[in-house]
Design a protein around this ligand. Structure first.
Ligand SMILES: C[S@@+](CC[C@H](N)C(=O)[O-])C[C@H]1O[C@@H](n2cnc3c(N)ncnc32)[C@H](O)[C@@H]1O
Length: 268
């Protein structure tokens, strides 16, 4: 019996589009979108609007007639999620098996808390020979820092990027360990986060940014105002802690000073 010829899959491309302003789509992602690759875009449920797709259309590209939505539900139920992921991966693989490249539209940066990494991993578990390309992009917190004139880190500063879901106790510990926190997925914890920042005297060092770069972007510096309008899922908090105690730097890029090294607990 003759062996069937090896299957040739198209390439799976994760195209980061930045967090909302089409001007932040990289030239490489723009080229991938216009390369003839078939578009895949994430939606929360069938027929729902896609934020990633809206970035591209605001940038001036028309959605190709054969673009395919992939459903990733916003659920905490592990079974619902596992089923949806498996379905999305199988759908993606079936399309790749047609031999054409696929470009998956990613909001923000594809390597930062994005659906793409997981999708690519599951697809490769099903077919290890599938080639994957990740096109990096501007992450939401970087765009938010730029929009609000906030420096995330300079010189020897430390920066943590975390989902707020770890809870207030963990975040309070991180405030003592990092100069800047970029807190993502803050919506369900906002009142508790505001209470924490108030208690720690950090309210004036925090800024709330929602849908950065989109036409309905919202920037709130007085966090007390947040009580008035409910937050969108696409929102984050940037917090600087100027009071963080510094430890001595053991090694670094800067030349050593002749002054004695700082001891733990010394003022910065
Ligand atoms: C699943 S993560 C996606 C992160 C994204 N890949 C990135 O590079 O920023 C979703 C969280 O990222 C943050 N986020 C994503 N896009 C945003 C935007 N345009 N404006 C503000 N926050 C955003 C929010 O905290 C949101 O809850």
């Amino acid at each position: 019996m003759q062996a069937s010829p090896p299957r040739t899959y198209g390439k799976l491309i994760g195209a980061s589009l930045g967090p909302g302003d089409p001007e932040l789509i990289t030239r490489r992602a723009w080229r991938a979108l216009q390369s003839g690759a078939r578009w895949l875009y994430p939606v929360k449920k069938a027929e729902a609007a896609s934020y990633a797709l809206s970035i591209v259309t605001r940038g001036g590209l028309a959605v190709p007639a054969d673009a395919v939505p992939l459903v990733f539900p916003m659920s905490r139920d592990p079974e619902v999620l596992a089923r949806a992921w498996a379905r999305a991966a199988q759908q993606t693989l079936a399309l790749l098996a047609e031999g054409r490249d696929l470009v998956f539209l990613v909001e923000g940066d594809a390597s930062t808390f994005a659906t793409f990494g997981h999708l690519a991993r599951v697809v490769r578990e099903l077919a290890p020979e599938v080639e994957v390309e990740t096109i990096p992009g501007v992450a939401s917190f970087a765009a938010a820092a730029a929009r609000t004139d906030m420096t995330l880190a300079e010189e020897d500063d430390t920066l943590a990027i975390i989902p707020a879901a770890y809870g207030i106790e963990v975040i309070e510990g991180l405030l003592d360990a990092f100069d800047t926190l970029a807190l993502l997925k803050v919506k369900p914890l906002l009142p508790d986060l505001i209470a924490l920042l108030t208690r720690r005297g950090l309210l004036e060092h925090a800024v709330f940014v929602e849908k950065v770069g989109a036409p309905d972007e919202r920037i709130v510096r007085n966090l007390a105002d947040l009580a008035d309008v409910p937050a969108h899922y696409l929102s984050l908090l940037l917090v600087r802690n100027p009071y963080r105690p510094r430890r001595a730097l053991l090694r670094g890029c800067r030349a050593r000073r002749s002054a004695p090294a700082q001891q733990p607990g010394d003022a910065p």
